[in-house]
Ligand binder design. Sequence first.
Ligand code: UD1
Ligand code: UDP
Length: 358
Amino acid sequence: MIVIKIISVIGTRPQFIKYAIISKELRKNNQEILVHTGQHYNYEMSKLFFNQLQIPKPDYNLGVGSGLYGAQIGRMLVELDKIFLKEKPDAVLLYGDTNSTLAGAMASRRFKILIGHIEAGLRSFDRTMPEEINRVITDHISNFLFAPTKTAVNNLKNEGITKKVFLVGDVMCDILRQNMKIAEKSHILKNLNIQPKKYFLTTIHRISNTENVLNLSNILKALSSIDKKIVFPLHPRTERFIKKYDLSKKIGKNVCMIKPVGYFDFVWLEKNAKKILTDSGGIQKEAYLLNVPCITLRENTEWIETIKDGWNILVGAHKEKIVDAIENFKPSGKQSAHFGNGSAAKKIVNILDKYTVI
Ligand code: UD1
Ligand code: UDP
């Protein structure tokens, strides 16, 4: 068997989670080098996931930290150039749509290294989102496009991308299935003194809901205006903007703000929530997979199947719509296996093994 050398580039919380499952498969037969860009760096946004999900220690940590779009990507590129030149991998694996994804794609192209893109073909059709720009560019310069859903395959087709597009399913579905038993042992409900199905779970971190004072305060007002317990693990971006806009005094006593929690605790919080309110991509999908109604605090979504099936509703940052959905939204349809059968990681690694050996 010929061993291929692959570099994975990751840098943010959802990428650590996706990577955990890929890495286990990849390292069975291949040589893998892990690059952590350092885009996320707080303990509870990074190291916690490495510890819990037994992710190997990165071979390189670029330590780029936070910054404006161009500066952050620029710092990543400077370091990735050096690593790719030194390591000369057969392929680079990229995950999702973050700035770390785009930097990985740009650096790989420069050295004509094959690119595999996991979560290819997702579109919100909203080009004000940096994520949309990151994924469109990455898809258009990738060699292997690992699409999570049929919708993603069609989106790529509509942009003229049909070669080496593989419908593999969703890696987050794989990891969720594999870790449910561990999540069930979580003590988070007891620690927070909450009962199953007696609370709502919220996360916010999109630029449109944080850097926009009106949207952020509308969401906080909606959450605070109801007589129901809301558990709210606070993304550091959101924490920063609540402080900046001086909004904490407007947050009601029913809203329990906590630090971001680890994967197992979070999945258990999701599973036991009455409903989930979020602007996260991954969490909309997990809500669907866990049979929990989802209220999406955005005007659009990449996970359109969850809406079509009636388990997710788009309410943007409109106070009345949010409150109405909290009170009245009820899932109406049946769910299907849109996100695969839990074997996405295996399929991805098999495809890489088959095609990267020339
Ligand atoms: C990034 C991704 C987004 C993804 C999200 C997952 C981009 C453009 N965005 O958004 O697609 O959904 O990660 O969570 O790549 N911060 C800290 N400590 C940290 C990380 C962030 O304090 O460990 C704060 C900083 O103030 C920083 C802000 O959060 O400026 C935003 O971080 P950044 O990585 O730029 O974007 P995210 O909002 O996390
Ligand atoms: N998550 C977590 N702890 C938290 C919040 C989220 O472990 O406090 C997990 C969640 O289960 C999901 C992923 O992080 O798997 C989603 O990441 P995020 O919302 O940051 O990014 P997105 O999916 O929007 O890119």
